[in-house]
Design a protein around this ligand. Sequence first.
Ligand code: ACO
Length: 478
Amino acid sequence: PKDVGILAIEVYFPYLYVDQSELEVFDNVSTGKYTIGLGQDKMGFCSDIEDINSLCLTVVSNLLEQNHIDTSEIGRLEVGTETIIDKSKSVKTFLMQLFKDNTDVEGIDTTNACYGGTSALFNCINWIESSAWDGRYALVVCGDIAVYASGNARPTGGAGAVAMLIGPHAPIIFERGIRSSHMKHAYDFYKPDLMSEYPVVDGKLSVECYLSALDQCYQLYKKKVAITSKGMKESAENSLPPPSSVSSSSTFTIQSADAFLFHSPYCKLVQKSLARLLFNDFLSSSSSSTTSPSFNHDDNASKLFADLERFRNVNLKESYFNKDLETSLMNASRDLYNSKTKPYLYLSNQIGNMYTPSLYAGLAVYIFRHKTVDEMLGKTIVLFSYGSGLASSMFSIKISNQNTETLTKIHNSLKSLSTRLESRKKVEPLSFQKMMKLREETHHLAPYEPISCTDDLFPGTFYLKKIDEKHRRTYERK
Ligand code: ACO
């Protein structure tokens, strides 16, 4: 099938949030550490009444209802999450409660830190493009509750879920043949204590792993674009148009795509990431910036590169915490960041790290941020997915000018994002801390009945009613 991509997208985030500037005062850290240093304004969190199953039940129900999709139309359901509450039973099986008579649904859960959702997505795309496909839709669900022990990682928490309906003839198409991946063993962030929701984190190492994975994926992505472009030129009999990212020039640079979306642990790291792409473009350009092949005689690019010339011999692997380089890169890439990345960090900034849904929340914001559907047509978006441990991929999306009707529906369905976000309830840092303590103490208790109030949920939200003595969870909907 042609044009496999997204036909519908839904985002869920919790009703409660804590203000990061209030948290700075409460945590007794210097003013601006979380808001400027990390680039985070608000952080969403869940009380003991929500768990990973309820989050995913909510986002799937909302997507099906808003798009009038009957569950019999779905043949594959994949969940990406790192919020593990059962070592055997998948979240997917809980979602089957929504599927009534349709039990013929492939797929289970996929886990590797923030990357599980991307793997689930790739499984769905691959299924539709394979001989196993039975003609029905695939549904990808990414969900997580990101909580850290009190300390410097706590302000980088968050929570949320994204569901995406995948099928052929989509308006938001995954480009074929130019996915790049970088997978490696690292102990940067992991969850070895199965009784705790909190990860063990080596913060500095996790940042280094993230940025080095980005370098690797981007370099390989650029190579694959060049190979695909060459292949396209050589095979005259191939009537397929080349992926959009390769159509104008065989050298891919930061200028070749309209937007760059990243997994967002916190917005500041994303800004550094875009800067890093510029550095990679610079290093792969010729030493004379004015004849940079990457930027094809672009005067602006020549200016951007001129300041970077003194870093030409920097060893990439030793440059992740080089402040002088980082400042120059951030300055050189500021306009690019403001136009191609920052506007789409709206949910990340307001909710925090949602783990697996973080990247796809960025995609939802990309659609939401455009005033009209026409403005989006023909645009190319590059996405970078990272999960500690580590697994990472870079891939791209093209907004097609076919099927604008579905694109309009998706656009309309996301219009309520900001009103929903604005209607959340702010909680004092002390109450937030108490809630974290409650989750800590009751996580995995059985039997257990959550004590928090359903008032603090959006209408239509599923919530955990009780856990019985055999650890069996039951849910209700507000
Ligand atoms: N005003 C402005 N900026 C400030 C202020 C201030 N008052 N105080 C500090 N800053 C800046 C620092 O200079 C630093 O900037 P830099 O990153 O450009 O150097 C930034 O704020 C953070 O301050 P640090 O002291 O470096 O922060 P700390 O070490 O306390 O924690 C960290 C940051 C490591 C990200 C921590 O929050 C963490 O471990 N988070 C979880 C792991 C994580 O998210 N890793 C990312 C990839 S893996 C993943 O997705 C889970």
